[in-house]
Design a protein around this ligand. Structure first.
Ligand code: ZN
Length: 292
């Protein structure tokens, strides 16, 4: 495996490389193989990812979110790209980010191919698998750190709680996403412009559903977070549909079972929380807009 460090002095490069080798070797030893071909810490994160993806549109800074790392499938194998930003973080927060990406790259579903010929089925299955990938990476990395470093340093605990609460705020405060979604649904009732509706709902869907995954993946690491039950449940996005999907992910995670096909209907129900239901029609897919 290659490690390429484009930041820091010669001495810093060696320290960064040594840390990455230590962490990846620990993973490899535990699991018994390495799917990883390269780790890159580039001087320009966005440019490096665009180069690997042969695109020009990737941006790490998005609404309410900054990407600090990315795991990519390339023709040469799996590549993890780490933002130089993480080298300004405290140790365990940086290590958590690195371990998170390793969980992605060791997920057996990372190489799963989906059938594109049926657009609705593709949409639901892709989301079902992709969200579980994120759930296991978040829960796996936090759990690993909790097991390895006891007692937990205060700064790490504080950072975890802050992250957890910011995701909760995003789904509980209706003015951040929920009201915007309701407005889009009302607008659709007047215009019937489905493309415009989907285009505007999509970024909200991606952000909120990821918030929900982060909340429960962190929540499931320790009983400490149970005291936030009532506030989480006060979110309009949390109901039987979200409970069904999260309980399914918990069960699969505990059993290390990566076959998720039996959760398809749960993903269909979860998507209804965002005012959308899809099915196949001749020549494409149909979206029914639901009230939320
Ligand atoms: Zn991730």
């Amino acid at each position: 495996m290659d490690i390429i460090i484009e930041i820091g002095t010669q001495e810093q490069k060696l320290i960064i490389e040594e840390e990455l080798r230590l962490i990846t070797n620990a993973f490899e030893t535990k699991i018994g193989y390495s799917p990883l071909s390269k780790i890159l810490v580039p001087s320009d994160f966005d440019a490096a990812i665009n180069q690997i993806l042969a695109s020009s549109t990737y941006k790490s800074v998005r609404e309410n979110h900054i990407a600090l790392a990315k795991t990519l499938k390339t023709q040469y194998g799996i590549v993890i790209v780490l933002s130089s930003t993480i080298y300004g973080f405290e140790n365990l927060i940086r290590i958590n980010t690195i371990i998170h990406e390793l969980f992605h790259c060791y997920n057996p579903n990372f190489h799963k191919e989906f059938d594109y010929s049926n657009p609705s089925e593709y949409r639901y299955k892709f989301n079902l698998y992709h969200l579980f990938d994120e759930y296991q990476a978040v829960r796996g990395s936090y759990t690993t750190i909790c097991q390895m470093f006891q007692p937990m340093p205060f700064y790490y605990l504080r950072n975890t709680i802050t992250t957890f609460l910011s995701h909760i705020n995003s789904i509980v405060d209706k003015s951040i996403y929920y009201n915007k979604m309701k407005d889009e649904i009302i607008k659709f009732r007047f215009t019937a412009d489905i493309n415009n509706f989907l285009q505007n709902i999509d970024p909200i869907f991606k952000q909120v559903i990821m918030d929900i995954i982060y909340i429960y993946a962190i929540y499931d690491c320790t009983v400490y977070f149970r005291k936030y039950d009532n506030i989480i449940k006060s979110s309009p996005f949390i109901n039987n549909n979200s409970d069904g999907l999260i309980n399914f992910y918990r069960d699969k995670y505990n059993k290390r079972n990566y076959d998720l096909d039996d959760g398809y209907d749960l993903m269909v129900e979860m998507t209804k929380n965002f005012g959308m239901e899809f099915w196949e029609v001749e020549g494409g897919e149909y979206c029914k807009v639901l009230n939320i």
